[in-house]
Design a protein around this ligand. Structure first.
Ligand code: GTP
Ligand code: SPV
Ligand code: MN
Length: 594
């Protein structure tokens, strides 16, 4: 067995011994988080071709990487929640009995790292030492994973110091193996605090601090311990008086979280003094502050693993700026002339001398297909973001004034509406639906139900998860944030987006915060509280009153169809579906038929 240096935590040592015996790496290396060690790993990855060093003048400290063609997105059908009973995992998750799954995985991991190096990455989700934070240790045979984890989380010796001799940690094992999609498994054992990933090297499947830990395992821990782990951005909106209010928003994968989190307000609002500050773009951990009883959130991550296509100076200047240094680009197109990167939507000048995401040398100016994969991504340090919030590292988090749900709905959902109260808001989240995107393997553009944008990420029974949300509302009482639903993706009959989106979404956020502070009106409708068109500021927007009316309209017939679909969807939860959710469905049904 390969030698390894023991640490002062015997639980860690015992687990390491078992994993090393099983994976049989040639050598074992602790990641201490030092720049010299990381720099040596970058050089090694460049020497083997795993990474390409990009233009040091234009993109200092940046690297380019391509994954295997069949390994470009999360694989939901190969993602498992292995709880002792199938009921605990619920009807939405794939399940296998834990000991059976351990046996299956053992066969796959045995000898999987032969001739390779195993890296031990201690990491903290959340600022090191924050009361919100939790520690994980990821073992991996991929330098790409080490370098990405370094951007996305806080890694290294300081984390081991906090863990101490007896601290608990999430056990994360990743082996790249031969990237065989038939034997790819992303497996969670919530009761054992353990995650095992094999046969992939793509982001969400292998950066185990992210979706696997910070959502699937954390949602389970949150249920036990009375807090929440959500697929949410966190932003601060500063008004001209300098007051900042925080909003958390849950949209499904590739539905606009990164963009909203960093939005640049329209010029006339900037001139008035409005600003947006980014706390997080993908994951929020929320808990009730015992001192004031309010809901506070942290972003447990340290970087952005953002969708590249569609990111441009015009749509998301701040995200683009964030990628200008110390960033890793995955599955975008490479400009071979100057070693820079390109993707669809960046600008109108695809590189002529181009390598596409498949690794083929092509003429980008005439190429027919996508040069960058639709789910190509950048891994950028959060501190690069020009509008990163001063509260980003605040170990206590930020107080949340409003929670926003949203998705891609060509019809059905209006631009914005407000839930009547927390309970109704939980129902609005529980009945979310959205068109699928390239973020997960499978068909794109199909409407599916995605409660709270957590369909792929809840680590236990979804019906119990709804119950947990209701429970949190009871604990919060009058301190509960108001809940809203937005839809930036409504289309007209020709299939064009009706709302300009991006920076102009600020106009909707202002109505939301005016509702919270009691400054704006709303009228009740079958589905919830709607703004009157005149309450949405359309200064300089160039959309007519009729267009805004259409964006805010609720077509009862379309909604009745949706209710039928919701009933079918809820049926799978049987008696586990909370009574308050059933009650809300009855109210909606009745409102639509009145
Ligand atoms: P994940 O990282 O997968 O969780 O995604 P995300 O929710 O952070 O999505 P992101 O902000 O990266 O946006 C995904 C895609 O939606 C990009 O191609 C964006 O350009 C596009 N998009 C974002 N906001 C808007 C908007 O307001 N309107 C329109 N039409 N497109 C948008
Ligand atoms: C998502 O799919 O929601 C992402 C990217 O944010 S991944 O890390 O792959 O999950
Ligand atoms: Mn996401």
């Amino acid at each position: 067995m390969a030698e390894f240096t023991k640490c002062s935590n015997e639980k860690v040592n015992k687990w390491l011994e078992e994993q090393i015996a099983m994976c049989q790496p040639e050598s074992v290396v602790w990641i201490d988080g030092s720049e010299s060690q990381l720099e040596a790993l970058r050089a090694e990855a460049v020497s083997t071709g795993e990474l390409i060093k990009l233009n040091e003048e234009k993109l200092p400290g940046c690297y380019y990487h391509r994954t295997a063609e069949n390994d470009v997105a999360r694989v939901e059908d190969r993602t498992f929640i292995c709880t002792p009973t199938e009921e605990e995992a619920g009807p939405i998750n794939n399940w296998m009995e834990p000991s059976q799954m351990y046996d299956k995985l053992k066969a796959l991991y045995t000898g999987a790292m032969k001739g390779r190096t195993m890296y031990i990455i201690p990491y903290s989700m959340g600022p090191v030492g924050s009361p919100f934070s939790k520690i994980g240790i990821e073992l991996t045979d991929s330098i790409y994973v080490v370098l990405n984890m370094n951007i996305m989380t806080r890694i290294g010796q300081e984390v081991m110091d906090v863990l101490g001799t007896d601290g608990d940690f999430v056990k994360c094992l990743h082996a790249k193996k031969d990237v065989n999609p038939e034997e790819r498994y992303i497996v969670h054992f919530p009761q054992d605090n353990a995650i095992m990933s094999v046969n992939s090297a793509y982001g969400g499947n292998v950066l185990l601090g992210k979706k696997c830990f910070a959502l699937r395992i954390a949602s389970y821990l949150g249920k036990q311990e009375g807090w929440m782990a959500e697929h949410m951005l966190i932003l601060g909106l500063e008004n001209p008086q300098g007051e900042v209010k925080y909003i958390a928003a849950a949209f499904p994968s590739a539905c606009g979280k990164t963009n909203l989190a960093m939005l640049i307000p329209p010029e006339y609002l900037q001139e008035k003094g409005y600003k947006v500050w980014t706390v997080g773009d993908d994951i929020a951990w929320l808990r009730i502050n015992p001192e004031d009883g309010k809901l506070y959130a942290i972003n447990p991550e340290a970087g952005f693993f953002g969708v590249a296509p569609g990111t441009s100076e015009k749509t998301n200047f701040n995200a683009l700026e964030s990628t200008k240094k110390n960033t890793i680009f995955t599955n975008v197109a490479l400009n071979n002339d100057d070693l820079t990167v390109w993707w669809e939507g960046l600008d109108k000048n695809p590189p002529k001398n181009c390598t596409n995401w498949l690794g083929e040398k092509v003429d980008g100016t005439t190429y027919e297909g996508n040069l960058a994969h639709p789910n190509s991504r950048f891994t950028a340090p959060a501190i690069n973001c020009p509008c990163i919030s001063s509260e980003f590292e605040n170990p206590q988090g930020v107080p949340i004034s409003a929670i926003v749900f949203g998705g891609r709905r060509a019809k059905t959902a209006p631009l914005v509406y407000q839930a009547r109260d927390w309970e109704h808001g939980v129902f609005v989240g529980a009945t979310m639906a959205s068109e699928t995107t390239a973020a997960a393997a499978g068909a794109v553009g199909v409407v599916r139900r995605d409660p709270m944008a957590m369909k792929p990420f809840v680590g236990y029974n979804m019906a119990d998860y709804f119950g947990h949300w209701l429970e949190m509302g009871k604990k919060l009482g009058d301190n509960a944030p108001a809940i809203f639903h937005v839809n930036w993706f409504r289309k007209d009959d020709e299939g064009n987006f009706m709302w300009p989106g991006f920076g102009d979404n600020m106009r909707v956020l202002l109505w939301i915060l005016d509702r919270v502070s009691g400054k704006a009106d709303a009228h009740d409708s079958a589905i919830g509280l709607l703004p009157t068109a005149s309450d949405i500021d359309t200064t300089g927007l160039g959309i007519s009153a009729e267009e805004l009316d259409a964006l805010l309209s609720v077509d009862k017939e379309v909604w009745k169809e949706d209710v039928e679909n919701i009933k079918e969807y809820f049926a799978q939860f049987g008696d586990r579906l909370p009574a308050d959710i059933k009650k809300q469905l009855e109210i909606l049904d009745k409102n639509l038929n009145d």
